[in-house]
Design a protein around this ligand. Structure first.
Ligand code: PLP
Length: 399
């Protein structure tokens, strides 16, 4: 498609990447194949040598994946994208492509549990150390930059406290110190509809496409977006050799289908979450609401600056004790007790015992994740029904 960036977001999420075949199919077919025929031995050799374009083997690329990758690259305003079999597959491929033993990563002190585990318990085994730092305080943060620093890694909003980090300010600080340090941002909570880190100075975006990108709770997938050079390295090394975490053609098809409605789904997630947050804020059983759209939330001003809207995620702390809260949540009828996020269904989870159970109690405290924190992924149902379900539970906690 010509002039991809000149077309609007909605047009690109639908049309970019589409492959027209002889049948005239409206939707790009699923290329359910593991390998691709070469006309000659010489052609196969030329493709392996990178002297001729064309598909080789589906762990490297496949037309169904190309379609989804082109859409996401265009929506994130990046040169190229690489699909992976999960968000963790994308994150680990991007990191393994960026570091060698002896290098150091500076990561945000609040991260999704498995990312924290990869950095804290996984990469350390191979001589790559990570320092976890509060990146709100830039003066303190920049003191940790050293000649060994190769990657800066963070989410914003952070999972699960919704802490907001200033992408532009962090990228400027890091690149002023050393332009070759790679700033990697996990944009899962926002999707490119709400926030585009590359436009704010980040070098690489990673996604759990399991969430808003797909949006229907039926696929595990991930993406890396960045320069064509870096994505090429991730494709031919980080993913091909280090993780092998390749997305299946069928899942890529579902992702491309989900992406076609990303903007309207995100608008509804945002407006529902705003209503739910306002309700929770005024409920007497609730002690604290973590939602970047509340004017007294610490990151409100930065969120307003770098996000189109405040997203569909929020967390709460309740005044009641952990067991009482757990028992009350068991009575939810519409909202579902489940991890994951960004689906049509409203999902409620207890971070300390579920998504962030990879943290020790001390690590949870350092990350500002309280033992009682309940995370809510506000879905696409009628907001009055979501609120009525939450109210029926919360009212039982008010004596
Ligand atoms: N990043 C964030 C912010 C997440 O919330 C998750 C999963 O919940 C991941 C990455 C990992 O994604 P996946 O489950 O697709 O591997």
């Amino acid at each position: 498609m010509e002039n991809k960036q000149k077309l609007g977001f909605a047009t690109r999420q639908i049309h970019v990447g589409k492959i027209k075949d002889a049948s005239g199919a409206l939707c790009t077919p699923i290329y359910q194949t593991s390998t691709f025929e070469f006309e000659t031995v010489q052609q196969g050799g030329a493709r392996f040598a990178g002297e001729e374009p064309g598909y080789i083997y589906s762990r490297l690329s496949n037309p169904s994946l190309t379609q989804a990758e082109e859409k996401l690259a265009s929506l994130e305003n990046g040169e190229a994208a690489l699909a992976a079999a999960s968000g963790m597959g994308a994150i680990s491929a991007a990191l393994w492509t960026s570091v060698v033993a002896g290098d150091e990563i500076l990561a945000s002190d609040t991260l999704y549990g498995c990312t924290f585990s990869l950095l804290c318990h996984g990469m350390t085994k191979f001589g790559v150390d990570t320092k976890f730092i509060d990146m709100v305080n830039l003066e303190n943060f920049q003191k940790h930059l050293t000649p060994k620093t190769k990657v800066i890694y963070f989410e914003t909003p952070c999972n699960p406290t919704l802490k907001i980090l200033d992408i532009k300010a962090i990228a400027e600080t890091v690149h002023k110190y050393n332009p070759s340090i790679r700033v990697i941002v996990d944009n899962t909570f926002c999707s490119p509809y709400l926030q585009r880190p590359l436009e704010l100075g980040a070098d690489v975006v990673v996604h759990s496409a399991t969430k808003y990108i797909n949006g229907h709770g039926d696929v595990i997938a991930g993406f890396i977006v960045g320069t064509a050079e870096f994505i090429g390295q991730c494709r031919t090394f980080g993913l091909k050799d280090m993780t092998g975490a390749v997305l299946s053609p069928f899942d890529a098809f579902l992702i491309a289908r989900g992406l076609k409605t990303l903007d309207i789904r995100m608008e509804r997630h945002c407006s529902n979450a705003r209503k739910v947050a306002e309700f929770l804020y005024s409920h007497p059983a609730v002690d604290k609401v973590y939602y970047p759209g509340l004017p007294d939330f610490k990151g409100y001003e930065v969120a307003r600056k770098q996000m189109k809207d405040f997203g569909g995620m929020l967390s709460i702390e309740l005044k009641a004790g952990r067991d009482e809260v757990a028992n009350a949540l068991n009575s939810l009828r519409l909202c579902t007790i489940a991890v994951s996020l960004g689906d049509a269904e409203t999902l409620v989870e207890h971070a300390a015992s579920m998504t962030h159970s990879t943290y020790t109690p001390e690590e949870l405290a350092a990350a500002g994740i309280s033992e009682g924190l309940v995370r809510i992924s506000v879905g696409l149902e009628d907001p009055d029904d979501i609120i009525a379900d939450l109210k029926s539970v919360l009212d039982t906690l008010v004596s």
